[in-house]
Design a protein around this ligand. Structure first.
Ligand code: BV8
Length: 267
């Protein structure tokens, strides 16, 4: 459901948010899958269509799915890592990194498991849901050094690359020798890493401005973080082309894509 009032780049809301950004001493950016959409990484909402229909996150992003079919889940994550390797940060990632360069107090908290914020130059305070490029033993938890590899030119993210990945078993743990290596990802039904959660919660509780970009605000507990900022008296700005669970509560809403709004907002 799109919001009819897409924010033209000369809207008064944009000016009001520019003033909030200029005045902010402890800003936080909280991002979701929409932040990476313009880089070509499908969002979870998109995941209901096309290739992702066969491999729905809700079905595969669980420990149960991994235990039931380690090769399928392992292949899917390797394919996603290879896809992220093949895309680039977009203008929105670059705008956030430039903002942090100007205002080192800016904290970046992301639900995303890609590394596009880092590749754009941002220092990321917290990856709430882990990373496609972190691996650990499912039994003993020992970190594992795995290179997901890179697809042939142009194949990354393609069905051909996924087919090439399918069926590859996850490697055994070289530390305990008992477990299989799993993605360093927080699956549905799993607790978030306490340190990542604590850092994010503290940042949203202490901020004077939270800019929430590209998230549908559905997945808990990450979706509660903007309300922590609101409860602490901060202004909360939403950047999203669509209305979300958060939209009714925010201070300002800029309806549009991150890769267009953020450069205009932060230039
Ligand atoms: C937990 C890694 C405590 C995986 C992710 C039953 C049992 C157990 C738990 C639950 C349960 N029922 C509910 C829960 C809680 C559950 C949950 O919230 N479920 C939802 C589905 C209701 N949460 C959990 O399980 C969490 N753990 O609760 O632990 C516990 C433990 C045991 C028992 C009970 C409780 C763990 C959640 C973490 C899951 N892992 N990621 C992977 O990547 O494979 S979550 C994953 O989905 C993403 O990381 C992300 O966080 C989330 C998707 O959300 P978004 O990022 O918002 O993406 P989405 O596609 O939804 O939206 C994109 C938005 O961008 C849209 O609004 C779109 O309009 C916009 N957009 C599009 N283009 C652009 C744009 N915006 C700007 N610019 C654009 N160009």
């Amino acid at each position: 459901m799109s919001d009819e009032t897409s924010a033209p780049l000369d809207s008064p809301d944009l000016d009001a948010v520019r003033r909030l950004i200029r005045a902010a001493e402890r800003p936080v950016v909280l991002t979701g899958a929409g932040m990476s959409a313009e880089s070509g990484v499908p969002t979870f909402r998109d995941a209901q269509t096309g290739l992702w229909e066969r491999f729905s996150p809700e079905a595969l992003a669980t420990e149960e799915a991994f235990l039931a079919d380690p090769a399928l889940v392992w292949s899917w994550y390797r394919w996603r890592a290879r896809m992220v390797r093949s895309v680039a940060p977009n203008a929105g990632h670059a705008a956030v990194a430039a903002w942090q360069e100007r205002v080192p107090a800016l904290e970046v908290v992301t639900q995303n498991v890609d590394d596009l914020h880092e590749r754009a130059g941002s220092r990321v305070l917290s990856h709430l849901h882990g990373s496609l490029f972190a691996f650990r033993c499912a039994e003993c938890g020992a970190p594992a050094d795995v290179d997901p590899g890179a697809a042939d030119d142009g194949a990354a993210g393609s069905e051909a690359d996924l087919e090439a990945m399918l069926g590859h078993q996850p490697p055994p743990c070289t530390v305990c020798g008992d477990g299989l290596v799993r993605p360093g990802i927080v699956w549905f039904g799993e607790m978030l890493p306490a340190d990542a959660w604590d850092r994010a919660y503290a940042a949203l509780e202490a901020c004077d401005l939270a800019v929430v970009i590209g998230t549908s605000g559905v997945v808990q507990p990450a979706a509660s973080l903007p309300f922590v900022a609101l409860g602490a008296g901060a202004a909360v700005v939403e950047i999203n082309p669509d209305l979300t669970e958060l939209s009714p509560a925010v201070t300002h809403r800029l309806a549009g894509p991150a890769g267009v709004i953020l450069p205009a907002l932060l230039s």
